[in-house]
Design a protein around this ligand. Structure first.
Ligand code: CUA
Length: 338
């Protein structure tokens, strides 16, 4: 029985490790790259130090008592029975209260400093809307709408760049979490929240929805792409263009526009103006499909449109029952949207 349960534990560890190899790991909170994440990191170090000290004291006293007071050979006397000690009882009440007080104050200081950050007039403002199970990303000042990937400029000492994120939800509660950039903030229906980041290093930072929001909660992935100012400006200019239209994909384009895809998706400069699903105007400029489930490649796009449920079970995108010809034309068109 005991050997069986040990084997079960061993195999579960192995399964978790193997799964960890498959999924793209989200960022490490111990390598913060923005001010709010640094604050979280510092508080977590304090909490861990206090917990480690408590552990050492308790485990040390326990070990000492076990060794020092164990029954000696041939000694059958009952040990002295001790009832109550005012001094010890006061100590184990007052010390924990002091510890909790210190941790509360340290946390409250960080929370209020992060929440009360004033918004500078030149700050970049982005609106993030959580949907089951993807992220809508809007840049109102640039009139850009995209999905699952947030592009922001890097913040340097010479050129500080703070990005403010307004957080909203289209359906249920979600939570925006990029561990290396900031703590979690919930997206609550009808209650806008906000957070800010000042990423100090260029690169791609991964995150995930951090509030259970339905079957595909774990596949509601996020990426923040931190770019130099020049690269960010280039990305903005590209996204502001209308969707590309090549003469040779005209058939695919009219095929797409004749289908009910247009009720849920927008392609700028066309009759497709649906807003229930992600904006597809620059679909191929994104790294992944279905909020990080598969890399954004033509074959994956084809599988996704053919049967969304096979790629992301429970997905709210319906199977459109396209014929192979329709599927080819729609994929040709969508994969031209750079
Ligand atoms: Cu959205 Cu969990």
């Amino acid at each position: 029985m005991r050997a069986t349960s040990q084997f079960a534990i061993f195999w579960s560890f192995l399964a978790v490790a193997a799964y960890g190899q498959q999924v793209q790991a989200i960022g490490n909170i111990f390598k913060p790259k923005a001010t709010p994440a640094e604050s979280v990191y510092h508080v977590s170090l304090l909490v861990m130090a206090v917990c480690a000290a408590i552990f050492i004291v308790v485990a040390g006293l326990l070990t000492f008592a076990l060794v020092r007071f164990r029954r000696k050979c041939g000694d059958h006397r009952e040990p002295a029975q001790v009832y109550g000690s005012d001094r010890i009882e006061i100590a184990w009440t007052v010390i924990p209260i002091l510890i909790v007080f210190v941790l509360t104050m340290a946390t409250a200081r960080i929370v209020s400093a992060t929440l009360d950050k004033p918004i500078p007039s030149d700050a970049l403002k982005i609106t993030v809307v959580g949907h089951q199970w993807w992220w809508e990303i809007r840049y109102p000042a640039f009139r850009i709408v995209t999905a699952n990937e947030v592009h922001v400029p890097v913040s340097t000492t010479a050129n500080p760049a703070i990005t403010f994120l307004g957080l909203e939800s289209a359906d249920v509660a979600h939570s925006f979490w990029i561990p290396q950039l900031a703590g979690k903030t919930d997206l609550i229906p009808n209650h806008p929240n906000r957070m800010w980041i000042d990423p100090k290093q260029e690169g791609t930072f991964l995150g995930n929805c951090a509030e259970y929001c339905g079957t595909q909660h774990a596949n509601m992935r996020l990426r923040v792409i931190v770019q130099s100012r020049a690269d960010f400006a280039k990305w903005v200019a590209g996204q502001q263009q209308n969707a590309m239209t090549d003469a040779h994909i005209e058939t695919g384009r009219s095929q797409f526009l004749s289908l009910s895809c247009v009720n849920c998706h927008t392609v700028s400069g066309t009759a497709a103006i649906g807003t229930f699903g992600p904006d597809l105007s620059h679909l191929m400029s994104r790294d992944t499909l279905a909020a990080g489930v598969v890399p954004n490649r033509v074959n994956n796009l084809r599988e996704w449109i053919k049967d969304p449920d096979a790629v992301k079970p429970g997905s709210l995108m319906p199977n459109m029952q396209l014929t192979p010809e329709q599927l080819d034309e729609v994929v040709t068109y969508l994969s031209s949207l750079k």
